[in-house]
Design a protein around this ligand. Structure first.
Ligand code: ASP
Length: 360
């Protein structure tokens, strides 16, 4: 074994030592994309908070940028934005008041991926995820190791907890339990926009996903988030898990998700969306099929409403190699962003069900 590095060792072990045959990878059937067709224009899709992201990504794609660089530059605008409380700087913290970020990137042409989870102090986890992809032999770095990796690569440590996020967190802490010693501050003492957010957002989460196909038919995607609001410290959602919150296959398409990450972790749903597209489904049909699978697999009573349907939502966004795009959710509502040859616009998200106000 002397002189053999780890890669050589693994290769030798696979071929000889373990006696496993090296099978050729199955070629995709391409049923969903019509062979090697290319879009006649780049296409970018993103979640409902992705207006700036699709515009930036398209600007770069038109200049000939790599699709992964384009989508990362797009979501960086949202990571940097203190007013988006679900992503990057200004994202809502965990239950201890610490902002912990998750992100993943996937590059179609190389079928390479990188991710970080529970990363603190660095406002652009998507950039760190790309470096994990490019500068390491790994796919996912977490917590302290991810932070040290980012610092070693010149990222700056910053306080990510904005005053707005701190006020929202403290309010949550005060109302969260009646058996601890924390009381909430009076609502009228909070900033006006904090009060609005408390009313609107309290029970939800957020994330940005952005996927693109360039004019050559090459695909890429990124998902970045501060995760579930007030999560247990160390909780990792679907966003940094390849196949759960993001998946790209350069022969087929790209898909990503927002919503209850635990559902995607248990179903590897973004991978499933891409596989449905491979089988010939349109991006919208593929997204809705993945939602159906989640519904079928949701059996725990605490996750079901009085009507027997999930009491949470998950949304998917997808684009295929031909440049067709779509989205789908368990519960319809809201919109996603697309930028294609007709320009940038918000498109309503279809769902399996209409919103049911009586859900638990
Ligand atoms: N999917 C994200 C997570 O579970 C949160 C969200 O998109 O709302 O971390």
């Amino acid at each position: 074994m002397a002189g053999m590095n780890r890669r050589d060792f693994l290769k030798a072990a696979t071929v000889a030592g373990l006696g496993l045959p090296l099978l050729p990878l199955a070629r995709p059937t391409m049923a969903g994309t019509g062979g090697s067709v290319k879009p006649d224009h780049p296409v970018v899709v993103s979640s409902g908070n992705g207006e700036k992201a699709v515009k930036k990504a398209m600007e770069l794609l038109k200049e000939g940028a790599d699709p992964l660089d384009a989508v990362i530059a797009g979501v960086n605008l949202v990571e940097d934005d203190p007013d988006d409380i679900s992503v990057g700087f200004g994202g809502l913290p965990n239950e201890d008041g610490v902002v912990q970020l998750d992100a993943s990137v996937m590059h179609g042409p190389t079928h390479n991926a990188g991710a970080v989870a529970a990363l603190e102090y660095i406002k652009n986890p998507s950039k760190v995820a790309k470096l994990v992809m490019e500068r390491t032999d790994h796919v996912l770095l977490v917590g302290k190791g991810a932070l040290e990796f980012a610092l070693a690569n010149g990222f700056k440590k910053e306080n990510l907890l904005t005053e707005k996020a701190r006020q929202i967190w403290l309010y949550w802490k005060g109302i969260n339990s009646n058996i601890d010693d924390w009381f909430p501050p009076p609502l009228e003492e909070l900033d006006e926009d904090v009060r609005k957010i408390i009313k609107r957002y309290f029970d939800v989460h957020g994330t940005i996903n952005c996927c693109a196909v360039d004019a050559n038919g090459d695909l890429a995607g990124v998902t970045t988030t501060s995760g579930l609001f007030f999560k247990i410290p160390g909780r990792v959602g679907d966003s940094p898990i390849i196949g759960a919150g993001l998946y790209v296959d350069n022969e087929v398409g790209a898909a990503g998700s927002t919503g209850r990450g635990e559902a995607n972790l248990k179903n590897l749903s973004s991978f499933m969306v891409v596989e449905y597209m491979r089988m010939g489904k349109s991006p919208t049909e593929a997204c809705l099929e993945a939602c159906k699978r989640i519904v079928e697999h949701t059996k725990l009573p605490e996750l079901l409403g009085d009507d027997g349907k999930p009491n949470f939502n998950v949304k998917f966004y997808a684009v295929n190699k031909k440049g067709e795009f779509g989205a789908g959710a368990i519960y319809e509502g809201g919109s996603f962003w697309v930028y294609d040859k007709h320009g940038a616009r918000a498109v309503p998200i279809p769902g399996l069900y209409k919103k049911n106000k009586k859900r638990k």
